[in-house]
Design a protein around this ligand. Sequence first.
Ligand SMILES: NC(=O)c1ccc[n+]([C@@H]2O[C@H](COP(=O)([O-])OP(=O)(O)OC[C@H]3O[C@@H](n4cnc5c(N)ncnc54)[C@H](OP(=O)(O)O)[C@@H]3O)[C@@H](O)[C@H]2O)c1
Length: 297
Amino acid sequence: MRHTHQPVGSPRSCGPSKVFPIGLGGMLLSIEGRPDRAQAIATIHAALDAGVALIDSASAYHVGADEVGHNETLIAEALAGWHGDTDQITVVTKAGRVRPGDGRWLTDSSPDHVIRTAEASRKRLGRARIDLFFLHAPDPTVPLVRSLEALRFLVREGVAATVGVSNVTVAELDLARDTLGDALVAVQNEFSPSATQHAAVLRRAEELGLAFLAWRPLGTIGKHADDLTAAFTGVGRAHGVSPQQVALAWLMATSPAVIPIPGARRAATIRDSAAAAALELAPETLRDLDRLTGWAA
Ligand SMILES: NC(=O)c1ccc[n+]([C@@H]2O[C@H](COP(=O)([O-])OP(=O)(O)OC[C@H]3O[C@@H](n4cnc5c(N)ncnc54)[C@H](OP(=O)(O)O)[C@@H]3O)[C@@H](O)[C@H]2O)c1
């Protein structure tokens, strides 16, 4: 796999916005195992204070069936209580996944559901328009073009400023581009040192000038005592930083389109992750990590 070894650190394009190259994934602040509200707000404030300018949410980031949009309400509350200029913060949200309250994640990307959810999300976020609205996932029971037409409707009606697609193949991304044109500004797929399966989608995103939001960007790094963790820990030790920072720096070096969105339940972890924006890895180190992750295969 080609490796572009882009310099990290400088802002990255996400549609019309230039954002800090690392975002905050909001999911863990609202699903099972979430922290209390004060800690969750403090985590979001720590991210913003560290320079993070993009927060990823979804209507489905909640636990109980009666608390759809928990994460969006939390983010709106955190932004309202932050000292900085929140007009500069891009809030991303999604529709298409649903949680009935028993722990399961189901899919509903029917046009009606997507449109109703977007309107409710916009109200919860308290913004005139949703900055960037994603189809959370294609729905095998709904022709994808119907879900994409719902996104097009939302842009036309001014509910969403821009849109994106998540958990897609190259062919699905191409259909999204054909259906949505320039309103499509981003794709969001899994990408980490332990999950490099969407390389072709990343390359297509680059060709189309889209941002690639890398979800679960840490993968197994620091979570399992495997060879990858050992390698990333070794590089981290040599630079005096955490293995998670090395993972984020490596992801950003794969392409200027990549914006990792690490999750956090604690202020300390997002502060540490944000510091990866300043971590430059040597070309030979990147090549070693490419080989280990399979990126160079
Ligand atoms: N589009 C989709 O279908 C989809 C699917 C999954 C996730 N996502 C998005 O992607 C985001 C990220 O995924 P994720 O949260 O599942 O996984 P992740 O970002 O790979 O990992 C998050 C975990 O790693 C820990 N961590 C983060 N930064 C760290 C650091 N610098 N040092 C040590 N530990 C660190 C956190 O610890 P603490 O909890 O202790 O802070 C947290 O438990 C989600 O929040 C969500 O917004 C999207």
